[in-house]
Design a protein around this ligand. Sequence first.
Ligand SMILES: C[S@@+](CC[C@H](N)C(=O)[O-])C[C@H]1O[C@@H](n2cnc3c(N)ncnc32)[C@H](O)[C@@H]1O
Length: 377
Amino acid sequence: MIFIARAVHGIEWVCAEEIARTLPAGDVRLARREVTFRLPSVDDRLHALRTVDDVFVRVGEVGDVGTTKDALPVLARRLAALDWSAAAPGAVPGRRFDVVASIEGRRTYNRYAVEAAAGAALAPVLGATFVARTDAGSAGESDLTVRLFLRGPVAVAALRLAARPLHRRAYKQDTGPGTLHPPLAAALARLTAPAGGERVLDPFSGDGTLAIEATLAYPDARVTGTDIDPARVANARANAQRAGVAVEFAVADAGEADAGRDARPDDVRAADVRAADVVLTNPPWNLAVDAAGTLAGSLDRFWRTVPGRLCAVTDADLAVPEALRRQGFTTALTTRVRLAGRVSDVVLAAPPGHPAPALPPGLATWREQAVRAGVVL
Ligand SMILES: C[S@@+](CC[C@H](N)C(=O)[O-])C[C@H]1O[C@@H](n2cnc3c(N)ncnc32)[C@H](O)[C@@H]1O
């Protein structure tokens, strides 16, 4: 069976490495926002993938798809004629499904028209009720999602394996502005690969996404999160509790070199803040969320205090890779990711006087493949 994992653009290679490491996957291929691979059958471990946004089983494809509205009834009929039996479980009374289409290339119809036409044609084939979506939103929750990818004259049809997208984490219920997309947080944690006992710090921890994802992936690391905003610290604690991880969170200004000093000893190990081996973070970028306290106006003061190897995702407007270079950091990786329409830099670097960081074994090869395939720069 062929599977399609959807990914944040820029980290497809991290997703490919996770797929190859955790599943008996063959023929793993990288494309923009997508990793395709083969498995002998549906495997429960697919649901445990943490760096991908979503995973689908590929049903088939239809060619010669026209660009004008009269192409839609033909497309719908041909989609319904594909063999959905291997991917879709048999009819279940009351089951509902939706269709999500993404379209590349100019057409006189939009995604909603494709979804409506395909939904009506697939309802009898899937034995389920179609839940239509409009630009005003969906008519309700569904149990199955059909995914259509229209690229030029080809429409690829796939079916989501889980009822909900993988990027939706059950633990993440308390959130504030600028909170990080969990699969990207999981990918950044993978870039730092903390060893057992290493101290990992997120000094701008917000709702705790990076700290929680790092602890889930590396339970033997000692992970701490601090944030200047007590409301975000409360969110992070509630999210961590739901995730079932014991992460220490405390209120602190990341611009204070001895941040965490005032925290209660039971809240946070102050030494873990001052002497972290890994700083894994997503600083404020003055759009969704402002830098506050001693860092209002510039993060430079913060970069000077980074005690160990650094993995950060920062809005491209902040020009952080250049700022780090000016401050003498050595860089193992600078790359870009695109999320919610904005471009961010991802950097893996070490401050002056520290050993140069390296990508964990296995990841470097996937990165080279992604560069060779033109998926990332
Ligand atoms: C982009 S958000 C981080 C989001 C986080 N990664 C998450 O998943 O929720 C930046 C965070 O930096 C915090 N912040 C702003 N100025 C700060 C400072 N001087 N020290 C510590 N935290 C600060 C904000 O309160 C906000 O929670």
